[in-house]
Design a protein around this ligand. Structure first.
Ligand SMILES: [Zn+2]
Length: 89
């Protein structure tokens, strides 16, 4: 039983490694259908290691404030002192 579980984990290692990739379904299908050929298993493994992670793009608000030269905190526009450390900006 332990050998069976270890074999299943080893067989689906490319899917496990690529579980947070954008093309997980393709990796899983290649792993499932072509994994029994050793070439298909290595293709799925290389695909899982090379496919880029899904990185959500976030909008960054544009501000017209000033950065503090002491601590780097962004102060709002028109402020004369840093809100974090109190130094003049
Ligand atoms: Zn500061």
């Amino acid at each position: 039983m332990f050998f069976l579980i270890c074999s299943m984990l080893l067989y689906f290692l490319p899917t496990i490694l690529g579980r947070d990739k954008a093309d997980l379904m393709g990796i899983f299908l290649v792993n499932l259908l072509l994994g029994w050929t050793v070439i298909g298993w290595f293709i799925a493994l290389i695909w899982a290691c090379s496919a880029e992670r899904y990185v959500p793009v976030r909008a960054v608000p544009v501000s017209s404030g000033r950065f503090c030269s002491q601590c780097g905190t962004l102060s709002p526009y028109g402020g004369h002192f840093c809100a974090a450390c109190g130094r003049a900006v």
